[in-house]
Ligand binder design. Structure first.
Ligand code: SPV
Ligand code: MN
Length: 634
């Protein structure tokens, strides 16, 4: 029972009979095809509590997809544009991003976990039960089935989405592989994650009205997530960040990794492809790195298992929910061309929909003209109640599109075995210390000093002092259901299952001198190619106390080959100078936080201590800034 006290247990004894009061015969038959009584009870219980007018069982057929799109338009959850395959969704001014405060991990007994927003499980389920009571009355409830990974893969998970939002179902049809037939094939034995969502009451603009009662509760024990009074996809699309928490938890118990990482292929000598996964906090270059690589398996999430001693990764998704702000034809030709291709199905969210039926976002050539946006009607110069100009499209405006439109889509996207992972990349935004690329000594060193220690500079987009470094371990802090100490221990355990561990790298595209970035945007490909060569033992490296850095000669060669650019020795020296003070400060900041987390492995502190000793010895010998030319090559 999911909603204690709200319904009689007996009422679920014959779930199909009960569901017959909500479903047409055709849709009831669709449910009957899946011989899984637990699933029938789950759906019946939600229906009994939320009281929808009807239930639509989505099989992922073309007819079902068309119906869902049509319903999204009829419900005014989406608006048509000049292109029939392009629609626009608005979340409303108070529902434009993930709600961290109201997203909580339910723990029995109200257990607290440092840095994680937890809540007592019983209290949480009671509260959510009340919010779901009758919440779908008069509305249609969609039930959809998805794979979280390739078909017939041991790495994949399964999810059921129940929602009263056609926009959510529509997004999921683009972003995930429909799994109706897998549910039918697997019947009773199938374990699934359950996502229950309601947009709640909507106002005359179609926005969720009761956003103050927005709740996203993650029930680890029940393998379920409840989300209500919100529409923003990061809060509602179950298989995205809600599933990530459940997957991390399952991986923690079974020793595999669910990561907030892209998966890309980088071409090397003889045309070989080596795969890398990469975790970057927001605004640190994750998407642009994925797009500059030679092939793309995924842009946001990765499930990584040890298979016969090898780390193998699958992308649980087949679509992108990407930031559209500043996507322009010059910097992002690939994404831009997809977004203006009339035959690609796109849901734009929180952009400007102009009166002529065209959409506009910052970066799109042409001027924004009168229309509607995330805050209602818009016209050039429109101001809010404080006299501040309202942007035509929101900085968190997004596009939802199938990844299959990418010309660089990796042919192994659907490989049930996943792709072998040669390297993990952790990318932060650091103005003053970290070099553009750095290789860890070994797995544990990388996990501790690069993954667990991942920080990014707070930018103007977030309130507070600009330039302050914020810890975001593995770029997954917002989505962690367990402590970062336990997550770090999991990475140590994971390595024990590997015969050969991926190399670990950190990258930093934001190193500045005199306020100017030392690296250009397009240099990213150089760091990727260097990593690819390192994986195959083809590039040299210089050992420093914080890890290995590239040699000047290797980089000069790669810059010339990849970009036709002359890489100057003095730029190399600036980029790869070891800034001892900055590194020591980072260790101090990060260690201070981990010392408040009781389940941090002892080795974490040992590795940090060793690094501190190494840096201090270096400082004693060469001072606070040490040129890469002072070290020996390896
Ligand atoms: C992110 O913020 O990391 C995203 C978008 O990928 S959301 O789905 O909102 O999490
Ligand atoms: Mn993400």
């Amino acid at each position: 029972m999911r909603f204690p006290g709200l319904i009689e247990k007996e009422s679920l004894e014959d779930p199909l009979r009960l569901l017959a009061t909500f479903c047409s015969e055709e849709h009831l038959d669709r449910l009957k095809e899946i011989k899984n009584p637990r699933l029938w009870r789950d759906i019946a219980e939600v229906a009994l509590v939320a009281r929808p007018a009807s239930i639509y069982v989505n099989t992922g057929s073309d007819e079902d997809k068309d119906y869902i799109r049509k319903r999204a338009l009829e419900n005014r959850e989406e608006y048509p544009t000049v292109h029939p395959m392009h629609t626009v969704h608005f979340d409303g001014p108070k529902d434009l991003a993930r709600d961290k405060g109201n997203t909580r991990i339910l723990y029995p007994g109200g257990r607290q976990v440092p840095l994680i927003n937890t809540f007592d499980r019983d209290a949480g389920l009671t509260e959510i039960g009340k919010l779901f009571r009758g919440v779908m009355s008069g509305k249609e409830m969609f039930v959809s089935f998805y794979l979280y990974g390739p078909r017939y893969s041991k790495l994949s998970l399964y999810g059921v989405q129940i929602t009263d939002s056609a926009y959510v179902a529509h997004s999921e049809e683009i972003l995930y592989r429909n799994g109706y037939r897998d549910f039918v094939e697997k019947g009773e034995e199938l374990e699934y994650m359950l996502f229950i969502h309601s947009a709640g009451e909507r106002d005359e603009n179609g926005w969720s009205k009761n956003v103050e009662n927005r709740r996203i509760f993650i029930d680890l024990e029940g393998n379920s997530v409840y989300s209500v009074n919100t529409q923003y996809a990061g809060n509602t699309v179950g298989l995205k960040k809600l599933a990530l928490r459940l997957a991390v938890y399952k991986g923690y118990r079974e020793v595999w990794l669910a990561e907030h990482m892209f998966i890309v292929g980088v071409k090397g000598r003889g045309g070989r492809i080596s795969y890398f996964t990469g975790a970057y906090p927001a605004g640190c270059g994750k998407t642009s790195t994925a797009m500059i690589a030679d092939t793309v398996v995924g842009d946001d999430l990765a499930i990584i298992h040890a298979v016969n001693g090898e780390a193998r990764a699958v992308n649980p998704e087949v679509g992108m929910f990407g930031i559209i702000d500043d996507v322009n034809p010059r910097d992002d030709p690939e994404i831009y061309s997809i977004l203006v291709n009339p035959s690609a199905e796109v849901i734009f969210s929180n952009v400007l929909l102009m009166e002529d039926g065209n959409v506009w976002w910052r970066g799109k050539p042409g001027e924004p003209k009168k229309g509607i946006n995330y805050a209602g009607e818009w016209w050039p110069g429109k101001k809010d109640e404080n006299g501040k100009e309202i942007l035509p499209s929101h900085p968190n405006a997004r596009f939802t599109v199938s990844i299959r439109h990418l010309s660089k889509l990796d042919p192994r996207i659907d490989d049930p075995e996943g792709v072998p992972v040669s390297g993990f990349i952790f990318g932060g935004r650091d103005p003053s210390t970290l070099p553009p690329v750095l290789e860890a000594f070994d797995w544990k060193h990388g996990i501790v000093t690069m993954g667990a220690s991942l920080e990014s500079e707070r930018t103007a987009a977030v309130l507070g002092q600009v330039g302050v470094m914020e810890l975001n371990p593995y770029a997954i802090l917002d989505f962690l259901p367990i402590s970062v100490g336990a997550f770090t221990a999991l990475h140590f355990e994971f390595e024990k299952k590997l015969a050969r561990s991926p190399k670990i790298f950190s990258v930093n595209y934001f190193l500045r001198e005199d306020g100017k970035f030392l690296a250009e945007k397009r240099d990213k490909i150089v760091w990727l190619k260097w990593m690819e060569q390192r994986v195959h033992g083809e590039a040299q490296a210089i050992e420093t106390p914080v890890g290995y850095i590239p040699t000047y000669e290797d980089l000069r060669e790669i810059f010339a080959r990849e970009l036709g650019k002359e890489f100057k020795e003095d730029l190399y020296e600036k980029m790869f100078t070891i800034r001892v003070k900055g590194f020591l400060e980072k260790i101090e900041r990060v260690t201070k936080i981990y010392s408040t987390i009781p389940d941090t492995p002892r080795e974490f502190f040992e590795i940090m201590d060793k690094q501190t000793q190494g840096l201090k010895a270096l400082e004693a010998m060469h001072g606070q800034k040490v040129s890469p030319f002072k070290f020996d090559k390896k």
